[in-house]
Design a protein around this ligand. Sequence first.
Ligand SMILES: C[S@@+](CC[C@H](N)C(=O)[O-])C[C@H]1O[C@@H](n2cnc3c(N)ncnc32)[C@H](O)[C@@H]1O
Length: 302
Amino acid sequence: MTKEYHIPVLLDTSIEGLNIQPGGIYVDLTFGGGGHSREILKHLGREGRLIAFDQDADAWENAPEDDRFTLVKHNFRYLQHFLDYLGIEKVDGVLGDLGVSSHHFDSPERGFSFRFDGALDMRMGPGIELTAADIINGYSENQLFSIFKLYGEVPSCGKLVRAILAERNNKPFRSTADLRNLAQTVAPKKDVNKFLAQVFQALRIEVNREMEVLEEVLMQMPSVIKPEGRLVVIAYHSLEDRMVKNFIRSGNFAKSQADTDLYGNRDVPFKAVTRKAVQAGDEEVKENPRARSAKLRIAEKL
Ligand SMILES: C[S@@+](CC[C@H](N)C(=O)[O-])C[C@H]1O[C@@H](n2cnc3c(N)ncnc32)[C@H](O)[C@@H]1O
């Protein structure tokens, strides 16, 4: 069941990156099919603990029966809150494997994939208000332009946005097929599928506020992770990876330069363990094409 739900990406490197202490407390921010979580549990001793988050009810079915394991069925933006609730002051490592699982793309009714017809929804969890249809039917021209450009890097997205505005005046978009059919008319002929994937990705990121929640959770890392504890993040989008990279280098997102104290010492909460992002090798990409865009970064708390 789990293998079909999602094949974990960069499994060995991410687990090594966590440098798991058998008696330590770890957090998996993105439980999904539980591939990474199960591997963490294998490295933990009897005293170890793993707290995993997933906001998507489908993922909850994959939770292992293990008394060292706790699944928090909420958005990981509430990490600090739930650690307080569980009486945990600090943890030894945090893993985030961002975005959606393969299961999401394979479930037509969730609306994540242009390959199937389904409701234009894309909400990962119950607390999310706007659906993809609300955005397509309700956002202004400028708002639509920004999300397609920023989150999808959609080429000539002005054309797409104008086509959406004209179409929705006739009738609102309801299904993934409505959007796909319209987007196909403005897609570059040589790479229609890539174009559609970019359009759908942009909407998914906006629906689930993925950039916002990543920023929120990263800001919690300095107070949540113990000195010498590890932060391991796998990102699939260049904006997310840049956010993680800047955060590790400088402790903030606006710039990759760290603040310095009065004596010129760099004032940063983490040091990078790997200088560059780690990417999947050819063999892994061949077996799991999803791994192609993955960038993994490892940092240690100072
Ligand atoms: C890429 S998958 C993780 C796959 C997992 N590492 C595995 O090996 O199966 C990402 C998962 O994180 C969940 N997720 C994404 N953003 C979330 C958020 N802000 N809060 C809670 N869960 C989130 C998704 O529902 C999805 O199940």
